[in-house]
Design a protein around this ligand. Structure first.
Ligand code: SF4
Length: 336
């Protein structure tokens, strides 16, 4: 039986998709959504990308990156062959922005079974943009949770408010890209709008889901320290000062071929964000401090050496064993 398509409405010009702010209209002239996984199939709304996985592998959860959610665990990772943004600097463009990405169909039941192989603790929907895969994730997530696992989303945060509410009911943890402070950047570099992403970050931050953020610093594009300060203040106010931020290094990719971000620039960003946020990490950089330290007394709570992870300074009650400060770390399987 074909899976029913959600979030579409009949309009004069065709079928309009209401899943994300692109609001694509599917019709004879333009049968496929911008994301390539939703659109018309034989003239009717369909899900050509349903269950078609670009890759399936079991990764350290730190690679998502999530540092404060089940640290040291492994998680089955997969994603759809498409995306609803068009970022010039996409680091995964070969699977998110092309028409001929090889995929393999995996039924929801099979994916939920795979999610517990080789010590995996659930499923991470990642690599490309998972929110465009609404119906598939809505089918997989309850099966994973029934089996005691967690559902993780690694997303650009570009989804409409109503579907986001549904996602928040069926998922456990998110890493959302915060691409830049400015509307200009989202429009010119990503073909999207800034505000839906910021609104969603605030909403996920206040929900029961665990939230971490990734900020890719690109030289000459989003590396103004004044913008960083504005971003940090906004995050502290809207998602809280304990929100985990991963500052990541850009490498030339896809349509943007600027030189890689100097490590010094990343350290500067870490310094600026750390003035306001308590847990800031550098990503895509070797030999950088990646331990989690107690924000109150500085004791090492989680020791990380590459993907070798040891939770050492956290009590059974979720407090720092040295000073007793509560630690914003999910160390057991969290389910709503
Ligand atoms: S989810 Fe896909 S089809 Fe729907 S509006 Fe967004 S890009 Fe278009």
């Amino acid at each position: 039986m074909e899976r029913e398509v959600e979030w579409v409405e009949r309009e004069d010009t065709g079928w309009q998709c209401k899943l994300c702010p692109q609001h694509c209209v599917w019709n004879d002239r333009s049968p496929l959504g911008l994301c390539r996984v939703r659109g018309l199939v034989e003239g009717e709304p369909g899900l050509p990308g349903y269950g078609r996985c670009v890759s399936l592998s079991i990764d350290p959860i730190e690679k998502k990156p999530l540092y404060h959610f089940l640290p040291g665990s492994q998680i089955l990772s997969t994603g759809p062959a498409g995306c609803n943004l068009r970022c010039d600097f996409c680091q995964n463009w070969t699977i998110s922005q092309t028409d001929d990405t090889p995929t393999r169909y995996v039924s929801p039941e099979d994916l939920a079974d795979l999610a517990f192989r080789e010590g995996s603790r659930g499923v991470a929907f990642t690599y490309t943009e998972p929110t465009i895969w609404f119906e598939y994730i809505a089918d997989v997530a309850p099966l994973v949770r029934e089996r005691g696992g967690s559902v993780v989303m690694v997303s650009n945060g570009y989804v409409n408010p109503r579907p986001l509410e549904r996602y928040l009911e069926i998922t456990d943890a998110w890493n959302v890209d915060l691409k830049a402070w400015t509307e200009r950047f989202y429009k010119e570099r990503c073909s999207g709008y800034r505000d839906p992403v910021f609104d969603n970050i605030a909403r996920i931050g206040e929900s029961d889901c665990h939230l971490e953020l990734t900020f890719l610093v690109i030289p000459g594009e989003n590396d103004d320290p004044e913008e960083w300060k504005s971003t940090a203040s906004w995050l502290a106010e809207n998602a809280g000062p304990k929100t985990v931020l991963h500052i990541s290094r850009y490498f030339p990719s896809y349509r943007l071929q600027r030189p890689s971000t100097p490590v010094e620039k990343l350290r500067q960003a870490k310094e600026v964000f750390s003035e306001v946020l308590e847990y800031v990490y550098l990503g895509n950089v070797h030999f950088e401090q990646a331990d989690t330290l107690c924000s109150s007394c500085g004791q090492v709570l989680v020791n990380r050496s590459g993907y070798r992870v040891r939770v050492s300074g956290v009590s059974d009650e979720g407090r720092c064993t040295s000073c007793g400060e509560p630690v914003p770390l999910v160390t057991d399987v969290g389910k709503g």
